[in-house]
Design a protein around this ligand. Sequence first.
Ligand code: DC
Length: 220
Amino acid sequence: MTLVIAVDGPAGSGKSSAAKGAARALGLRYLDTGSMYRAMTWWMLHTDVPIDDPEAVAAAAVTPVIEVGTDPDAPTVCVDGADVSAPIRTREVSNAVSVVSSVPAVRRRLVELQRDIIGAGGIVVEGRDIGSVVAPDADLKVFLTASDEVRARRRAKDLRSDPAATVDVTLAEQARRDRLDSTRKDSPLAMAGDAVEVDSTALSLDEVVEMIVRLAKERQ
Ligand code: DC
């Protein structure tokens, strides 16, 4: 199947669960592009690259080998052969990732990798700029949103092992990340003109997945 489905939206909108669920239901591969920006950021923090210096970030961006698996039941992400699936989800990485991903050299490198993985299609791809930049010819583009409050609650639940990640702290960190992601110069978070906007505030995960599957079948 050559179908390409783009799922974009802000932090905590439920993209990952919805995109994975749709990929499973349709027998497609799944690509989490956010995990690639997180892996790049984790590596920069780990190797002491000064992330507030865009030139240093751009020069370093060519170095790490980033590999992602596309099985929706077991998505993996490795940097230089090491599995970084857990450390890329920390608040330290979440709070640094928008700055690193605003550097054009980082985006160029990762978008090239993403297009290689998308290849001939058969994949659900989630991110911020998939429908607008990475795969502008995608068969279906979904832009997933939810209220700020609901998104912060979802993320705080994901971060429950971190006692500092209260709903209020998560709400503030999320607002900062949304602002940086949607105001950066290079391929900001944006809804493609031909995307279908889905507000998941009052929807269950199953309802969102069903909606994506129905829309995908209509486009096939
Ligand atoms: O989806 P996520 O929260 O794991 O994404 C982490 C960050 O990566 C997000 O705040 C901005 C960046 N990102 C991006 O710039 N472009 C994408 N296609 C995906 C993520």
